[in-house]
Design a protein around this ligand. Structure first.
Ligand SMILES: Nc1ncnc2c1ncn2[C@@H]1O[C@H](COP(=O)(O)OP(=O)(O)O)[C@@H](O)[C@H]1O
Ligand SMILES: [Mg+2]
Length: 254
């Protein structure tokens, strides 16, 4: 049965989509069947694989058509995608209203796919609004990318509070898969300082793996390929493959 991980943060531009795509590809390279689900209006997951989004057969169809109809295969045998077909605020609000009317919609939809995959990664919007909140309801854990810059640590307390509130309201004990430092820049001491603060704040909730700032990762949306398909040995690919390994090891130990 798949482990469903919501990749979430209140902040945009911190590496959520980059993580969903490259972590998904890393699991797939390790022959672990993985599904990446795009819940975001900008539809970055499709761009990252060079697909043009279709008006239909996206996430807003969840619950209306058979899940298989929404799956998009990729060049990686073990990786499938579900696109976002949310293009603007109106689409997002319509989808939010559906989720509010039936809070178990996303969970029920994904539960039909759970047996096919080892991991399902949910690329969440840059807010902690309805969609992100309902993604928590469908998830087994939360992975939070934290960009190595001072303001990002503020978003850490926002997601800690949100998950605490979610657990209080739902009676669940949803936990964190981990907090992931992203865009670490070796040339500046700022990244080092943020890294130390994050370690102090988060202890072992912080992944040991750190994602460096790497041009190959920045090129993913431009070239329509996850980094492992461009250069398996670049620092970005290696970091995401280490992260996949760390997640597997943590699960074995837990
Ligand atoms: N490790 C990295 N190295 C270089 N560029 C990165 C890295 N991670 C993300 N980026 C770039 O930063 C921008 C924001 O990343 P993205 O994954 O879209 O963030 P989010 O989904 O949180 O909004 C994108 O242009 C992406 O290519
Ligand atoms: Mg994104």
């Amino acid at each position: 049965m798949a482990r469903i991980i919501a990749i979430s943060s209140s902040k945009g531009g911190v590496g959520k989509t980059t993580t969903a795509v490259n972590l998904g590809a890393s699991f797939a390279v390790a022959e672990l069947s993985t599904l990446v689900v795009d819940l975001v209006t900008d539809g970055g997951v499709a761009d990252a694989f060079g697909f043009r989004r279709r008006r239909v057969a996206g996430i807003s169809m969840a619950g209306e058509v058979l899940p298989e109809k929404l799956l998009q295969k990729t060049n990686l045998e073990y990786l499938d995608l579900i696109f976002s077909d949310l293009y603007d605020t109106e689409d997002e609000e319509r989808f939010s209203r559906r989720l509010l009317a039936d809070r178990s919609l996303l969970g029920n939809f994904l539960s039909q796919l759970k047996e096919r995959y080892s991991f399902i990664l949910l690329d969440c919007p840059p807010s902690l609004g309805t969609t992100a909140y309902c993604a928590l309801g469908a998830a087994d854990s939360v992975l939070v990318p934290v960009q190595c810059e001072p303001h990002s640590l503020k978003s850490v307390s926002a997601i800690l509070k949100t998950v605490r509130r979610y657990n209080h309201n739902s009676g669940r004990e949803l936990g964190f898969e981990g907090f992931l430092l992203t865009m670490y820049d070796l040339r500046t001491s700022l990244s080092e300082i943020i890294c130390e603060r994050a370690r102090h704040l988060l202890g072992n909730m912080l992944f040991y793996t750190i994602i460096p700032r790497n041009v190959r990762l920045a090129e993913v949306f431009l070239r329509g390929k996850p980094a492992v398909l461009m250069d398996v040995n670049c620092p970005g690919s290696r970091a995401y493959m280490r992260l996949a390994q760390e997640i597997l090891e943590r699960r074995e130990m837990g």
